[in-house]
Design a protein around this ligand. Structure first.
Ligand code: S3P
Length: 453
């Protein structure tokens, strides 16, 4: 599908957004490890979550979707059936890494595979610590497909030290740790998103986080007290907040499009995710935050965003992990700001759905943005405007949506080739922007309903 964005239409109005992707993944998988029926409202129905639900079916879990309400019957920690074939994780590293942890806790043998893009994402970061816990898991030279054999339970506990702050790895190890015989501590160089900790706590697990200093550098420790296996997890009942990462496309869209004034309702505002909000406020953004009651320990609120003149900003160090998925859309805000913005300490972006440094820089150039690629980030010379042009999202949903947002205020339209990839995490993206007043045109032929004579 080619998606063309025609600039010059202010965005106004109020919208709610589909459920958070990170929470949807965790909710479905962790509910399947609890004993009994869970109900998850505002579940994200999208490319990435459908792969996870299909994998759960292959593992013998029954679930149904009633609109966006997921009803799922969990079978307890050892409850998965051995699947007949490989579990297809599609493009989603979260699905693969989280499933590996859950299968390790259950002791269920399986093969995990996915798209060619997913086969390029590093899996050593879960294989090595899982091996240390006694899990029988092998990869193809550190990449998918991953083969999991039978492992002896309980697994081993202890301290597992990560080189990169990663909530995907932390979640994998915490889920495996539910079947460990001793306490598990995960040590990270930054505080990655803590949704798993909050969700497991709301399901009866004892879990604590602390920050310490080692040789003058911070380490973030997450302690899991086993043996949970003996007690089991309580089912989950939760209404998921709107996805902050999806909201960030609309936030930047309103900030750069003159005349805009929008409100986003019930958005997840977990501080381990909202680094972009802090950065945009520093840039001079008009964003009003109206906090609401938490949901299963997750902060939620409404956001009102008005068009603003943005100034350049520098991002490095611990801020990076708190906005790890938001660099493509931050780059668009930086392109419309005045002055040179820089991003450093973000080499991890090179192993996301695309090389989010290389791919982002080359596509920004295609729409006339002056950008310099750095080994661990980029520098953008913002001049308050963007030319427009044709771009390719490199199979990366966040790149597709960020470039589309750039087209809302550019001098000429922006056309996105292969834009269907955005359905991975935010299938309603075009509808929501259109409802707010934006003009997006797809070349996709509408599917005609068949009629029978
Ligand atoms: C995610 C964590 C992040 C993020 C991904 C979702 C999660 O990855 O990029 O989109 O749900 O835990 P890392 O924690 O590996 O950086």
């Amino acid at each position: 599908m080619k998606l063309t964005i025609n600039p010059g239409h202010a965005l106004t109005g109020t919208v709610s957004l589909p459920g958070d992707k990170s929470l949807s993944h965790r909710a479905a998988l962790i509910a399947s490890m609890a004993a009994g029926r869970s109900q998850i409202d505002n579940f994200l129905v999208s490319g990435v979550t459908s792969r996870l639900l299909e994998a759960l079916t292959s593992l013998g879990i029954t679930w149904r979707l009633d609109g966006t309400t997921l009803i799922l019957d969990g079978k307890g920690l050892g409850g998965f059936s051995v699947p007949f074939g490989p579990l297809n994780c599609g493009n989603s590293a979260s699905t693969m890494r989280f499933l590996a942890g859950a299968l390790a806790a259950a002791g269920t043998p399986a093969v995990l595979d996915g798209s060619l893009g997913l086969r390029r994402r590093p899996m050593d970061r879960i294989i090595q610590p899982l091996n240390r816990m006694g899990v029988n898991i092998k990869g193809a030279a550190g990449y998918a497909p991953l083969s999991m054999g039978v492992s002896a339970l309980p697994l081993k506990g202890g301290t597992l030290s990560l080189d990169v702050a990663s909530a995907q790895v932390k979640t994998c190890l915490l889920l495996a740790g539910l079947s460990a015989g001793d306490p598990v501590t995960i040590s990270e160089p930054g505080f990655s998103r803590d949704h798993t900790e909050r969700m497991l706590s709301s399901m009866g697990v004892t879990i604590k986080s602390e920050k310490i200093s080692v040789d003058g550098f911070p380490r973030y420790l997450t302690h899991l007290a086993p043996p949970t296996a003996r007690f089991g997890l309580k089912p989950l009942n939760m209404a998921l907040p709107g996805d902050f990462s999806s909201a960030s496309f609309l936030i930047v869209a309103a900030l750069i499009t003159p005349g805009s004034n929008i409100t986003l309702k019930d958005i997840g505002l977990n501080a381990t995710r909202t680094g972009l909000l802090d950065v945009l406020l520093t840039m001079g953004a008009s964003i009003q935050i109206n906090a609401k009651p938490t949901r299963n320990g997750e902060p939620v609120g409404d956001l009102t965003i008005k068009y603003s003149n943005l100034k350049a900003v520098d991002i490095c160090g611990e801020k990076v992990v708190r906005m790890i998925d938001e660099f493509p859309i931050f780059a668009i805000a930086a392109a419309y700001a005045s002055g040179t913005s820089t991003v450093r300490d973000a080499a991890e972006l090179r192993v996301k759905e695309s090389d989010r440094i290389g791919a982002l820089c080359s596509e920004l150039r295609n729409i006339g943005v002056e950008v310099m690629e750095l080994p661990d980030g980029f520098a953008i010379n913002g001049i308050g405007e963007v030319r427009g042009g044709t771009v390719e999202p490199h199979g990366d949903h966040r790149l597709a949506m960020s470039l589309a947002v750039a087209g809302l205020a550019s001098a000429q339209p922006v056309a996105i080739q292969n834009a269907e990839i955005l359905r991975e995490s935010f299938p309603e993206f075009s509808d929501v922007i259109t409802r707010l007043g934006g003009e997006l045109i797809s070349d996709e032929t509408p599917v005609l309903e068949k009629t029978t004579a």
